[in-house]
Design a protein around this ligand. Structure first.
Ligand SMILES: [Zn+2]
Length: 147
């Protein structure tokens, strides 16, 4: 059976740019250059390019939501200086948290992978193979008992 770490733990590991499964391996070589697999548990981080697209859109919109809320409550810029400051206040956190948000997107993708199993995913193939190997010796001993 595939072990399922708690959801908050997986999300926190992603935010910290660590492997969502074991929490040990680093996700990135540098800035946004992602390792293919976890150095500790060998988890394949991305099955297909584009798997993180939806989650990146979601995690991009959350910081922007604060800017929209500020405009809604009348805290918007009044001149070109405050417009520049407002833009910087929106853009800088979005850019600086890019690796954390991409790690979080990877964690969300990992949660989808473990909670919505795809038989072609090696994550589940390995777990199934492990389960089969545990069942096989028992059935073999049953065969010898009948012989
Ligand atoms: Zn790992």
């Amino acid at each position: 059976m595939l072990t399922r770490p708690p959801i908050f733990t997986v999300l926190w590991r992603g935010w910290c740019r660590r492997c969502p499964r074991c929490g040990e391996g680093r996700v990135f070589k540098k800035w946004l250059d992602m390792h293919e697999r976890c150095s500790s548990c060998n988890l394949l981080y991305l099955r297909n390019q584009g798997d993180l697209w939806l989650f990146m859109i979601i995690t991009d919109r959350v910081p922007i939501l604060f800017g929209i809320a500020a405009l809604y409550f009348g805290l918007g810029p009044r001149g070109w200086m405050t417009t520049g400051g407002f833009f910087a206040a929106m853009a800088i956190p979005v850019i600086l948290t890019l690796p954390q948000r991409q790690g979080l997107a990877l964690a969300l993708d990992f949660l989808v992978r473990i909670h919505m199993p795809d038989p072609s995913d090696e994550l589940h193939r390995d777990a199934e193979a492990q389960r089969q190997s545990q069942v096989a010796p028992a059935s073999r001993s049953g065969d010898t008992a009948n012989a």
